[in-house]
Design a protein around this ligand. Structure first.
Ligand code: 13P
Length: 254
């Protein structure tokens, strides 16, 4: 079978409305409808401005977080339905920066993914070990823990992003074989929770210092089905080059 590659840009806390508009006007002409699936994840405040531009285009919008409840007294939070209303079709959950700075846990990450799916959004569940955990030989144990709640999710509206914390924003990406080992383990976890067929269709993205110069070798690995790109996604030319590299991978069948 062939998994359609998914390339998502996580802008983090970058991009006002004017910048978003200019970025997307440059990106859109470079994205082909039958190429890799492309998602951009601007900050909440730029989603509405982005939606006006991407409507009817092959570029989908994602948000960077959502709450696990559908509504309520949660000052400062945003529900998945609110994101859907404004035009998002994906949402990142459990990003390591949420885990590191904002108290995200394995349980809340999965709860947010479930809320996203209730609102008919796709959830990109981010997982990955810290440097200390890798050096301590705990990588697979950490990934096992982070994926314990998978069974409560719908695999049809899910992607998993393997983002080793030590590779995020550092310029030091995981090697293709490090990524493949983690991705193969994550697919095995998906198999345990969802069965063979759904696990075969699940996209597992790699994130952490993805650049135009390293994406092809990462995507050449059997279980690397796309990329979640931070810093390099802020440059239209760089992000387009990453999308092109993923398009090249579509000719191979797996
Ligand atoms: P960088 O690509 O900047 O390393 O960030 C990765 C990331 O955190 C994407 O979610």
């Amino acid at each position: 079978m062939t998994r359609r590659p998914l390339i998502a840009g996580n802008w983090k806390m970058h991009g006002d409305c004017a910048w978003t508009q200019s970025y997307l006007e440059q990106l859109l002409p470079q994205v082909e409808a039958n190429g890799p699936e492309v998602v951009v994840c601007p900050p909440f405040t730029a989603l509405a401005a982005a939606a006006v531009i991407v409507v009817g285009s092959p570029v989908a919008l994602g948000a960077q977080n959502c709450h696990w409840e559908d509504k309520g007294a949660f000052t400062g939070e945003v529900s998945a339905a609110m994101l859907a209303e404004v035009g998002a079709s994906w949402v990142l959950v459990g990003h390591s920066e949420r885990r590191q700075y904002f108290g995200e846990t394995d349980e809340t990450a999965v709860s947010r993914a479930a809320a996203a799916q209730r609102a008919r959004l796709g959830a990109i569940l981010c997982v990955g070990e810290t440097l200390a955990q890798r050096q301590g030989g705990e990588t697979l144990a950490v990934l096992e823990r982070q994926t314990r709640g998978l069974g409560g999710l719908d695999p049809a509206r899910l992607a998993i992003a393997y983002e080793p914390v030590w590779a995020i924003g550092t310029g030091h990406n995981a090697t293709p074989s490090q990524a493949q080992q983690a991705h193969a383990f994550l697919r095995q976890r998906a198999r345990e929770h969802f069965g063979d067929e759904a696990a075969r269709h699940l996209r597992i993205l790699y994130g952490g210092s993805v650049k135009p110069g390293n994406v092809a070798e990462l995507l050449a690995e059997e279980d690397v089905d796309g990329a979640l790109v931070g810093g390099a996604s802020l440059d239209v030319a760089g992000f387009s080059a990453i999308i092109q590299a993923a398009a090249g991978r579509m000719t191979s069948t797996r």
